[in-house]
Design a protein around this ligand. Structure first.
Ligand code: NAP
Length: 279
C-alpha cells in the first residue's frame, strides 16, 4: 500500500532529498513549504507523487489551515517528518512575537505534530523529528527571556533549539506510549545541503564546514532509517556513525541534558503555557 508522508521545508536541502528518496520507494509526499513558488518548483521537480501545500511554521493560522487541508484531503497520514528549520539567524520576532528560530524549529514542529495526532493515529503513524549535532554544544537549559534580544546569539539559540527538538522527541514518545503512534529523532551530521549554511556565518566557519561536511546521501541516511525502521525509539538519535558526521547511520546518545526528565517536564509545561496546546 502506498504510504503518505508530510515533509516540512521540502523545497530544498535535506527535506527535498528525503522527499526524493521516499518517492523512489513509492511514497506519496506532501511538500509542506512556506514559499509558494519554491514549493511548486519542488513539486514539479519531484513529479506526480509529490504534492505541494503551503505551510509557514512561524504562523499559527498557517499551521491550522494546513492541518485542515490535510484532514480534508488525506485522512490517513503515515509519516510526519519535522524537517523545516532556520539556522543561525539574527534576532527577529515573528508576527506572534516569538524569536524566529525558536518559533520555527521548535514551536512550529510541536504545534504541527500535536495537531496531526488524530490523523496519524489512524495509520499507526510516525513522527520523525530532525535535530542536530549542535545540540551537544548547548551547555545550559534556560527558558527565561527567550523572546528578548538580551543575551541572544544566533549560534547559542540554534544549539538550544536543537536541544529542545531532541527533548521534545523523547517527551512526545513518552506521552504517546499508549497510542499506536511512534516517534524517532535523527540528525544528518554536517551535510552539504546547498545554501543550508547561512550567509551570516563568518568566512572561517564557512570554510570549516566546507572542509568536513558530507554529501547529502550520508546526511539523509539516518533520517530515512528513522522513517523506515520497524522498531524505533526516540531514546536514542539516528546519526552518522563516526563522530556523528561520517559513515552509515547508527543510534547514538543525545546531549545528557536531554535525558533529564525534570528538565523535559519543565520544557513541556513551558510550551503548553506558551502555545496553549497539549495532548
Ligand atoms: N545541513 C546540515 O548539515 C544540518 C545539520 C543538522 C541539522 N540540520 C537540520 O535539518 C533541517 C534541514 O536543513 P537544511 O540544511 O536542508 O536547511 P535548508 O536548506 O536551509 O532548508 C530549510 C528548509 O526549512 C524551510 N523553512 C524555514 N522557515 C520555515 C517556515 N517558517 N515554515 C516552513 N518552512 C520553513 C526552508 O524554506 P525556505 O526555502 O522558504 O527558506 C527550507 O525549505 C533544518 O531543520 C536543520 O536545522 C541540518
Amino acid at each position: 500500500m502506498t504510504k503518505t508522508a508530510i515533509i516540512t521545508g521540502a523545497n530544498k536541502g535535506i527535506g527535498l532529498a528525503v522527499a526524493k528518496n521516499l518517492i523512489s520507494k513509492n511514497y506519496q509526499v506532501i511538500l509542506a513549504c512556506r514559499d509558494i513558488s519554491k514549493g511548486k518548483m519542488a513539486q514539479e521537480f519531484l513529479g506526480s507523487n509529490a504534492k505541494f501545500l503551503e505551510l509557514d511554521l512561524s504562523r499559527p493560522s498557517s499551521i491550522s489551515q494546513f492541518v485542515n487541508q490535510i484532514n480534508s484531503d488525506y485522512s490517513e497520514i503515515d509519516v510526519l517528518y519535522n524537517n523545516a528549520g532556520l539556522i543561525y539567524r539574527d534576532f527577529e520576532l515573528t508576527e506572534e512575537g516569538y524569536e524566529s528560530m525558536l518559533s520555527v524549529n521548535y514551536f512550529g514542529a510541536y504545534r504541527l505534530a500535536l495537531m496531526l495526532l488524530e490523523n496519524l493515529h489512524r495509520r499507526s503513524g510516525r513522527i520523525v523529528q530532525v535535530t542536530s549535532l549542535s545540540m551537544y554544544l548547548a551547555r545550559t537549559f534556560n527558558l527565561d527571556g527567550l523572546h528578548s534580544m538580551e543575551s541572544f546569539s544566533p549560534s547559542n539559540r540554534y544549539n538550544l533549539t536543537n536541544l529542545l527538538r531532541s527533548m521534545f522527541a523523547i517527551e512526545l514518545e513518552n506521552k504517546l506510549k499508549k497510542t499506536s503512534i511512534s516517534v524517532a529523532a535523527a540528525h544528518p551530521g554536517v551535510t552539504k545541503s546547498r545554501k543550508s549554511r547561512p550567509y551570516e556565518v563568518k568566512k572561517i566557519k564557512k570554510s570549516f564546514y566546507t572542509y568536513f561536511s558530507t554529501n547529502i546521501k550520508t546526511g539523509i541516511a539516518p533520517i530515512v532509517r528513522a522513517i523506515e525502521d520497524e522498531n524505533i525509539t526516540a531514546e536514542l538519535v539516528y546519526a552518522p556513525k563516526i563522530l556523528g558526521v561520517y559513515g552509515r547511520p547508527s543510534l547514538m546518545k543525545y546531549n545528557k541534558l536531554v535525558y533529564d526528565q525534570g528538565l523535559r517536564g519543565k520544557l513541556w509545561s513551558y510550551t503548553v503555557n506558551e502555545l496553549n496546546l497539549d495532548i
